[in-house]
Design a protein around this ligand. Structure first.
Ligand SMILES: C[S@@+](CC[C@H](N)C(=O)[O-])C[C@H]1O[C@@H](n2cnc3c(N)ncnc32)[C@H](O)[C@@H]1O
Length: 321
């Protein structure tokens, strides 16, 4: 198998200008014919994730971070898959993602099951189990706490203020750059570390015998510590013209944690282009896929507004790269 260099650019570029006058179905056809098995670095492709992913080579991306359409959500704006069909819809896409993710890469799936008839749906849990059967490791679950969520009440629950960010990997030896997401130690430390008892200075075995010991004195003179697996981030969707955009800080956190500068990040449901913006900010390559022309164009516009195109982008756009 040919090894992909991340500096390698696809030889035949498809012209974005030409695409504007074409329908999505035509675009998909052109796309798969012209850039078959090439990595379309720093591009957003208008098409169906499953079809577009099939044209990518094996093990060509370092990280996949995405938020797919949730079941039965926002039917009017971008369709919706029923909870019953969700697993069978998503699994072939997950299989393609597994093929194109590097063996030391990570896949972050931002998702939240809805409640229906007084109960939470189980399709996310079923999806996790099926993905494990298809060879994925369910390595971790991060929680995105929407810290600006406003209050609300239903007869049997309160407002949803968190979403899952499921972390899947292909192997136990995946790349993780933990120091990049360290946080200030916080004010608790001043009080807690000012008077250390004798047990604080040795490895103190947990009273529950859980095997997790701690030596509090390890934290003396530290200003930065590792974060927890709960991300407290505000939503930002009101200014994005996309009803389900995540805040740029969400993909950024995972991009810093699981990739280095020059690596490649894929978002197969890129919507308004948030993941691409995060990649530009952090000097990573991006590949985005979006089925709706309206959102595809929105993503292009957001990138343009924020970043002046490079010579490579311009050549690419005119089909002479
Ligand atoms: C939850 S939104 C993603 C929002 C995105 N994270 C952002 O910040 O804007 C899911 C997106 O997936 C797109 N989508 C739905 N089905 C798709 C498919 N089969 N292939 C590619 N994109 C699809 C929708 O149009 C929608 O924009």
């Amino acid at each position: 198998m040919k090894k992909i260099s991340y500096k390698e650019k696809p030889k035949k570029k498809h012209s974005r200008k030409k695409h504007k006058s074409m329908r999505v179905s035509e675009l998909e056809g052109v796309y798969s014919q012209r850039v078959s098995k090439k990595v379309p670095l720093d591009q957003i492709i208008c098409g169906d994730a499953l079809e577009v992913l099939k044209s990518f080579p094996n093990e060509c991306v370092n990280l996949i971070v995405t938020s797919p359409p949730y079941a039965d959500r926002r039917m009017s704006s971008y369709g919706g898959i029923t909870p019953e069909n969700y697993v069978s819809w998503f699994l072939p896409i997950a299989d393609e993602m597994k093929r194109i993710l590097r063996n030391d890469g990570s896949f972050i799936l931002n998702i939240k099951e809805k409640a229906e008839n007084g109960e939470r749906c189980t399709y996310v849990i079923e999806l996790i189990l099926e993905m494990r059967r298809h060879g994925w490791l369910w390595t971790e679950e991060y929680i995105w706490h929407k810290k600006n969520s406003y209050p609300g009440k239903w007869p049997n629950r309160f407002r949803d203020a968190w979403e899952r960010c499921l972390h899947f990997t292909k192997s136990k030896q995946f790349k993780m750059y933990q120091k990049t997401v360290m946080v200030p130690i916080g004010s608790w430390a001043e009080k807690r570390l000012s008077k250390l008892s004798e047990t604080d200075k040795i490895r103190d075995e947990s009273k529950t015998q859980s095997g997790f010991g701690k030596n509090i004195s390890n934290w003396l003179n530290r200003t930065m510590v590792y974060p927890t697996n709960v991300l407290h981030l505000a939503t930002e969707s009101s200014n994005k013209n996309h009803s389900a955009a995540f805040p740029v800080s969400l993909p950024m956190w995972f991009i810093k944690l699981f990739t280095q500068e020059g690596d490649t990040v894929l978002d197969p449901f890129i919507g308004s282009g948030t993941t691409a913006l995060a990649c530009r900010e952090l000097n990573r390559h991006y590949i985005g896929i979006e089925i709706k022309k309206e959102y595809f164009e929105l993503a292009q516009t957001s990138l343009r507004k924020k970043y002046t195109p490079t010579l490579f982008d311009l050549l690419n756009e005119h089909g002479i790269g």
